[in-house]
Design a protein around this ligand. Structure first.
Ligand SMILES: *[C@@H]1O[C@H](CO)[C@@H](O)[C@H](O)[C@H]1NC(C)=O
Ligand SMILES: *[C@@H]1O[C@H](CO)[C@@H](O)[C@H](O)[C@H]1NC(C)=O
Ligand SMILES: *[C@@H]1O[C@H](CO)[C@@H](O)[C@H](O)[C@H]1NC(C)=O
Ligand SMILES: *[C@@H]1O[C@H](CO)[C@@H](O)[C@H](O)[C@H]1NC(C)=O
Ligand SMILES: *[C@@H]1O[C@H](CO)[C@@H](O)[C@H](O)[C@H]1NC(C)=O
Length: 648
């Protein structure tokens, strides 16, 4: 007798919690569009009110369509949540019937909310026999209302003028007073000389200093390429953060191996950590040849790094919070661009202290800069290790211990907090910029969880240094070229392996999850370190010829500025759309090319007017008399390291 209800349950449960993994187009299009926007210019022209709102769909009666929507949305890994629709509504057009013209709409939001809800409900009812409940009103834009220019904008305008003025004065001073390249005149004014800064930007990788520094020129190429990969991964992310008219494109992308590179490509970002720590270890060893290193170098190194990274970063944050808001408009502008300005006004301090990856979760302000914060935190540890571990033996022990700890940390996090092995790029997650994704927040962006790749870079730096001193000649081990040629395919294979976790309805055993979470970053970056060392010791010349290309020299130097600029362009593009964007492979390639071109193109003036002058200014202020320490470090920095990473 008792088994009857159980059988009923067994029959019922899979049915009621069914998940639809795939739908053909005709079925898919039965669902209401996820995003839709009324005509914005027409609405503004007739003096209307335009609201951007999210509504939750539901039914009182059983509805076949609602079941379809629920079951399709239940696949949270690959599908958007189609029970919530996102709409831009012109009240005067779509909600005319419900509008009480004799009342001022802006007076009471209760009235406005009720009007919106009633009219959206009606439109969903008419077309789909679904009801709609207002979930969230992002904002309402009134025709003729413009964002006012406030005090912060005015202050920023003055800052722009000051920079331009100083650059003009500095340049004229240089041209009139100094013959080319001479050491002459006031170093503070000369910092602003465009002529000198242009020469710095375009100079060859090394200018006749230590021959060993010449071998570091691969870093410009590696940095530029990594940067382009980062642009690539952000191209589609920012798009998904905005309104798109074919969310199927994203929802089906998971089955395409080429696009899996995009989803798991975030692995490449950690190359920045490796480059940074490699140069730190290498440069400090070189410095040690002529100096005794004491613990004083620790706070000093951190101060120098802060001074090197922060001015142009602060400049960009301030620009994003002020004038960037004003340069466009449209129904999506406040959502895509305005939201960043508001968030940066709130959290700028966390960015300038490089703790933004720990202190807040709604990562709307410059989300990609988590890596700067993590890198700075790791730099504190790395510098301490480099300063304290003097002998090769001490370095081996310290790095061994550090590496062990760095493997235990992500392992413990994954087990204790029950995290995913990789950041699962679920559509709803990146629609919210990962604000609620524990794996991203707790594992991916934190400093201490990225220690493993940083330690590998340190080890690579020490190894390269000691091998160079010992005169190791790798070129004679010709067999090593074969694994070296495998670097690229192996890297791609590791990136693609993340796709293993995107199987439909799959439950990965915890052991594999934990192992993967612990190992995938160090394994990938081990390959990168192998690549760096192979290039430094001229193992072969095909890959090396590419990364050491002369054209990468200036791009590497400008890459920090380009990094700070790229999301501004991407957000600007999507934020100024008047209709939901149509996604396609072609669109992504176009946007990526535009991002690369615009970012590096705009990075040049940013470098010339802001980054380089302030870097020279701090150098002049910190070292009134030229001292070997600074010169040596500056040379090393120019050879490879333009992010200021590892620059003491
Ligand atoms: C789509 O799927 C539905 C239900 O599975 C089916 O009835 C319909 O014929 C399919 N349409 C096409 C064009 O394949
Ligand atoms: C979809 O969104 C609605 C409303 O925000 C929420 O109640 C529901 O749990 C979400 N569905 C899934 C599968 O996450
Ligand atoms: C419109 O608003 C006015 C003022 O609040 C009110 O007197 C009037 O009854 C409203 N008309 C409708 C149709 O709701
Ligand atoms: C109207 O919507 C806004 C935005 O979602 C919300 O803050 C406000 O509380 C709502 N008002 C009422 C009366 O529901
Ligand atoms: C939505 O519209 C339907 C049909 O007109 C109506 O029965 C229902 O009460 C409405 N729901 C809301 C929340 O207004």
């Amino acid at each position: 007798m008792w088994c009857f209800p159980v059988i009923v349950l067994v029959l019922l449960v899979p049915w009621s919690s069914a998940v639809i993994y795939k739908l053909n187009d005709s079925e898919y299009l039965r669902m209401p569009p996820l995003y839709a926007l009324d005509d914005y210019p027409a609405c503004m022209a007739r003096g209307g009110v335009y609201c951007l709102a999210d509504v939750d769909l539901y039914t009182d009666q059983p509805s076949e369509l609602m079941t379809l929507i629920l079951e399709f949305s239940a696949d949270t890994l690959k599908h958007f949540n189609h029970t919530q629709a996102h709409r831009g509504v012109c009240l005067q057009k779509s909600c005319k019937k419900y509008l009480n013209e004799s009342r001022d709409l802006q007076e009471g939001t209760a009235d406005l909310n009720a009007t919106l809800e009633a009219c959206l409900n009606e439109s969903f009812w008419d077309q789909y026999e679904l009801q709609a409940k207002l979930a969230n009103v992002n904002y309402c834009l009134q025709a003729g209302e413009k964002l006012k220019i406030d005090i912060s904008d005015a202050v920023m305008a003055v800052v722009y003028l000051i920079f331009i003025l100083f650059n003009v004065i500095g340049s004229f001073y240089d041209v009139l007073k100094c013959k080319k390249g001479d050491k002459c005149g006031n170093p503070y004014l000369l910092s602003f000389s465009l002529r000198r800064n242009w020469a710095r930007l375009t100079a060859p990788a090394t200018r006749g200093q230590d021959e060993r520094l010449d071998r570091l020129k691969l870093f410009n190429g590696l940095r530029t390429m990594t940067m382009i990969c980062v642009f690539f991964s952000h191209t589609s992310l920012v798009l998904a953060f905005s309104y798109v008219d074919n969310p199927q494109y994203i929802e089906t992308a998971y089955d395409d191996p080429v696009k899996q590179i995009l989803f798991n490509g975030s692995l490449v970002t950690h190359t920045f950590f490796v480059m940074s720590s490699f140069l730190l270890a290498y440069n400090l060893q070189m410095y040690r040849e002529t100096h005794t290193v004491s613990w004083v170098q620790w706070p000093k190194g951190m101060l120098m790094r802060w001074l090197r990274l922060t001015p142009v970063y602060a400049f960009m944050l301030a620009s994003v919070s002020t004038w960037n808001r004003h340069i466009g408009s449209g129904p999506l502008w406040p959502l895509v661009v305005g939201s960043e300005a508001a968030a940066c006004r709130r959290y700028w301090w966390a960015h300038l202290l490089y703790v933004n990856n720990y202190v807040y979760d709604d990562a709307l302000c410059a989300p990609s800069t988590w890596y700067l914060a993590a890198d700075t935190q790791l730099f504190c540890i790395g510098l301490l290790v480099c300063v304290l571990a003097r002998t090769p033996r001490a370095q081996r022990i310290a790095l061994g211990l550090l590496f062990l700890v760095s493997l235990v940390i992500p392992m413990a996090h994954t087990i204790v907090q029950d995290l995913d092995p990789v950041v699962m790029q679920a559509p709803e997650k990146y629609r919210n910029l990962y604000a609620s994704d524990a794996t991203f927040r707790l594992l991916y962006v934190r400093g201490h969880t990225n220690l493993s790749t940083y330690t590998l870079g340190l080890a690579g730096g020490f190894l390269a240094y000691h091998w160079q001193r010992a005169g190791v000649d790798l070129a004679q081990y010709r067999k090593l070229r074969y694994p070296f040629w495998l670097v690229f395919p192996a890297g791609v294979a590791i990136i693609l392996s993340g796709g293993l976790f995107y199987g439909d309805g799959q439950q990965t055993p915890a052991v594999y999850r934990v192992l993967y979470a612990t190992l995938y970053k160090p394994v990938f970056q081990f390959i990168v370190v192998f690549f760096i060392i192979g290039c430094i010791f001229k193992l072969e010349s095909t890959y090396r010829g590419i990364v050491e290309w002369r054209g990468f020299t200036w791009m590497g130097r400008a890459s920090y500025c380009a990094f700070l600029l790229h999301t501004v362009f991407q957000r600007g593009l999507y934020g100024s759309q008047l209709a939901p964007t149509h996604m396609s492979d072609y669109a992504i390639v176009t946007v990526l090319s535009a991002t690369i071109f615009l970012s590096f193109f705009a990075a040049v003036p940013l470098y010339l007017f802001v980054e380089a002058p302030i870097a020279q200014l701090t150098k002049a202020a910190m070292a009134p008399k030229p001292r070997h320490f600074e010169n040596n470090m500056a040379a090393a920095a120019e050879a490879g390291d333009t992010h200021g990473q590892s620059k003491l």
